[in-house]
Design a protein around this ligand. Structure first.
Ligand code: NDP
Ligand code: OXD
Length: 312
């Protein structure tokens, strides 16, 4: 039996779609009448504290989110494998966000917007894409997809990951030892890391100060589409105010929703979106998890199982 336990999304709609895809395999929701011992799979998003109570025969936890940092902190998380969402549609949506914000900053959107407001005719030619380096932190599913979409646009690309990665047309950096060298040649820093103890707060003042300063006219730029826990928002406000950063695009925040009194709202060069960079699509999510479940029932291995010791 599959149990759905979803907060902040339309659980009823996902349940209908799962029931249709998996029939006659039973699918239940929290309020339904079932014996917790019959639950073999639970599909979760923002599970409540009692989400896993009584599920003694669980074969896997299926995570609607690609990021599992919050799930891994659940105090009663059972010792079953966790399958995270990996999906072409999700990757495409994330890359749409990344490409939009990279190109916006490369073409100095803030500068020309301010010039227009001031009715100022000031000719400035942005560097060519090939003279502009986009540094991507995290070369996993989403980082690699972003590379395949940024490369045809001609950007100079570099990546930073935990272990070395070789991708055509991308200068790879890995590990703490190469972090500073990676930053030193980066004009637009894109964060697509998972949130782990090692990556918490990585977008801080020290990091910003190490980015390349002489290429983009307004100063280097950060784009964070991963997790709010990666960023120190007080440092971002200070860096945007004193010119250490030229601009920032933030989709995620230390506290979500971003509180109305956050100084980020008032930053002219901060582009805020409410954690919408990429949503897990219902149709492809149901397809992906139904296939994983049925194959596992038939004795096959689960896909994209989270490595708990790494935290992603
Ligand atoms: P993956 O697990 O596929 O990739 C993670 C990458 O980060 C890997 O390249 C990994 O290195 C690297 N990494 C991990 N820890 C470190 C470290 N300490 N130092 C350097 N590199 C490190 O994740 P995804 O690409 O699927 O997703 C990334 C994140 O995006 C998710 O965890 C989630 O938080 C976020 N996300 C945000 C969404 C939104 O709407 N804003 C939507 C979906 C996801 P290595 O390759 O060596 O293992
Ligand atoms: C995710 C997210 O991790 O939407 O999938 O943030």
């Amino acid at each position: 039996m599959l149990l759905l336990h979803l907060s902040d999304v339309d659980e009823a709609s996902w349940a209908r779609a799962f029931a249709e895809a998996l029939a006659p395999y039973p699918v239940v929701r929290r309020g339904d009448d079932f014996d917790p011992k019959d639950i073999r799979y639970i599909f979760v998003w923002k599970p409540k504290p009692d989400a896993f109570d009584g599920l003694t025969n669980l074969k896997a936890v299926l995570s609607l989110g690609a990021g599992v940092d919050a799930l891994l902190k659940h105090p009663k998380l059972p010792d079953a494998p966790i399958v995270r969402f990996v999906d072409a549609d999700l990757s495409q949506r994330m890359s749409d966000y990344v490409v939009a914000h990279v190109t916006m900053h490369h073409r100095q959107f803030s500068r020309f917007r301010d010039d227009q407001k001031a009715r100022r005719w000031s000719q400035y030619y942005p560097p060519a894409a090939g003279e502009t380096t986009v540094g991507i932190m995290g070369m996993g599913v989403l980082g690699q997809d972003a590379v395949t979409r940024l490369r045809p646009l001609g950007f100079d690309l570099r990546s930073w990951s935990r272990t070395p990665k070789a991708m055509e047309g991308v200068e790879g950096f890995a590990g703490d030892q190469q972090f500073d060298a990676f930053l030193a040649g980066t004009d637009i820093l894109v964060n697509l890391l998972p949130l782990t103890p090692q990556t918490t707060g990585i977008l801080n003042r020290k990091t910003f100060a190490k980015l390349r300063r002489d290429r983009l006219a307004g100063g280097p730029v950060i784009i964070n589409a991963a997790r709010g826990g990666h960023q120190r928002e007080a440092d971002i406000v200070a860096a945007l105010s004193d010119g250490t950063l030229g601009a920032a695009s933030l989709d995620v925040f230390e506290v979500e929703p971003l509180p109305p009194d956050s100084p980020l709202w008032d930053q002219n060069n901060c582009y805020i979106t409410p954690h919408i960079a990429a949503i897990s699509n219902e149709a492809s999510g149901v397809r992906y998890f139904s296939r994983a479940l049925m194959r596992h029932e038939a004795g096959e291995a689960l896909p994209n199982v989270v490595d708990r010791s790494r935290g992603y």
